[in-house]
Design a protein around this ligand. Structure first.
Ligand code: GUN
Ligand code: ZN
Length: 445
């Protein structure tokens, strides 16, 4: 007898290729069945075809007819401790860091605070339909320790790292060049590859690391190329000027990281706004991933990411919330703001493109082919989207003339109320929802 088989019935939606590949990129099964065993998808297809084989007395059937069943969202950049300063006003990045962020992060010296925050943070990700994320702790190793412990208990696919910061920040938030990197190596040895966890070497940004610390971080990245690297780059013009003063030898802000060996296929750079053509070419050549954070960039007034230039250069792009510079955990918000940023630049992003960057595209950019898809063999990180979550959504989605129109309405009007269920490795994270209306109101492509 196979124990623990879970069947999800509803409208299945995922990408089979990049949406630039045309109509065949999207897969939709109106009355579909997703079969999950031991945390993985084992079958995907029409309910009428699969049910006779898989629906037996040992199986749990979750009936989500009327809703979309899709891969969960991936948030490529956000900060654990900033749940306490999200939605704080400031004239710009640097004063926001000084006035709100650094004081809040000092509280994470306390392991009890770290544990409480980690639970809140992971609950919030699940509520918002985010099933994987790349996360910054504070400078304190215990912040990342607590996050990994909580994430392992949920079998989450999660990347995290302790911030490296040994200069230009408050005394009580400083590590040392060697000590900070040693703490990172110790955390990586303990956590990287355990369950679905990954460690990221995390120089906070060039301005808060000495040359010695960046060199030691680069050395660790070279010695252990399986580890991720994450940092901020070219977010805000005052910050760009400051980094240019601190590192006059570098050609550009990005070049600081390049000089220290911190650009590789496992590196994730947040923002990437104030780039020139050489920076974009360098990102593409190194295979580094841009985590674009449009809600944060609008909220802090940092600037407008150039999607067209990034695409022309062949940069890998993902979307991220950057909580708490970003004012929402919702990847709907990130997609909506990306659309708005593109419009302000006279560019256009369609719903498939935005949704792909928030799911399958991010998974592939981060080197996770087994994620962001409903294909058999995939890790069963899945969300259920209630198209009737609000009266306005019910009205609008019922009138969607195509799948693309439906997804666009969802990403513009949607928030956590749309997320009816989040499955992590096949396990539901929310109490069972009230029965979903079975009226077939899902649009076809
Ligand atoms: N640059 C350095 N630290 C931070 C941070 O915490 N948030 C953002 N948005 N940018 C940063
Ligand atoms: Zn950030």
């Amino acid at each position: 007898m196979i124990v623990g088989r879970r069947l999800l019935r509803g409208t299945l939606f995922d990408f089979v290729t990049d949406p630039s590949g045309g109509a065949g990129a999207v897969r939709l099964v109106q009355d579909g069945l997703l079969v999950i065993e031991a945390g993985r998808v084992v079958a995907h297809g029409e309910y009428v075809v699969l049910a006779p084989r898989w629906l037996d007395a040992t199986a749990t059937l979750d009936d989500h007819r009327g809703s979309l069943i899709a891969p969960g969202f991936i948030d490529a950049h956000l900060h654990l401790p900033q749940i306490d300063v999200i939605a704080s006003p400031a004239p710009g990045l640097l004063s926001w860091l000084e006035r709100y962020t650094f004081p809040a992060e000092a509280g994470y010296a306390d392991p009890a605070r770290c544990a409480e925050s980690a639970t809140f943070f992971l609950d919030e990700l699940a509520r918002q339909g985010t099933t994987s994320a790349c996360v910054y702790g504070t400078v304190h190793p215990q912040s990342v320790q607590a996050l990994f412990e909580a994430a392992l208990a949920r079998d989450l696919r999660l990347v995290a790292g302790k911030c490296l910061m040994d200069v230009n920040c408050p005394e009580n938030l400083r590590d040392t060049a060697a000590g900070g990197v040693q703490d990172s190596a110790d955390l990586a040895a303990r956590w990287h590859g355990r369950g679905r966890l990954g460690y990221a070497i995390t120089p906070r940004f060039a301005a808060t690391s000495s040359r010695a610390q960046l060199a030691a971080a680069g050395e660790l990245a070279r010695a252990q190329p399986q580890l991720y690297v994450q940092s901020h780059v070219a977010e805000n013009l005052d910050e760009v000027r400051w980094v240019a003063e601190l590192f006059p030898e570098a050609r550009s802000y990005l070049d600081v990281y390049e000089r220290y060996g911190l650009l590789n296929r496992h590196s994730i750079y947040a923002h990437c706004i104030h780039f020139d053509a050489a920076d974009r070419a360098c990102m593409a050549a190194r295979g580094a991933v841009a985590a674009v954070c449009p809600t944060s960039n609008l909220f802090l007034g940092s600037g407008l990411f150039d999607f067209a230039a990034a695409a022309a250069a062949g940069m890998a792009v993902t979307l991220a919330t950057d909580v708490g510079g970003g004012q929402s955990f919702s990847m709907f918000s990130a997609m909506r703001s990306a659309h708005e940023v593109a419009r302000l630049r006279g560019q256009a992003l369609d719903a498939f493109r935005l949704w792909y960057w928030a799911t399958r595209g991010a998974a592939l950019a981060l080197g996770w082919p087994q994620v962001g898809t409903l294909e058999p063999g995939a890790e069963a990180d899945v969300i259920v989207l209630n198209l009737r979550a609000t009266p306005l959504l019910a009205r609008r989605t019922a009138r969607a003339g195509s799948l693309e129109e439906l997804l666009f309405a969802l990403l513009v009007l949607g928030d956590d109320r749309v997320i009816a269920q989040t499955y992590i490795a096949g396990q539901p994270m929310k109490p069972a929802a009230a029965p979903t209306p079975t009226a077939a109101n899902t649009a076809t492509s």
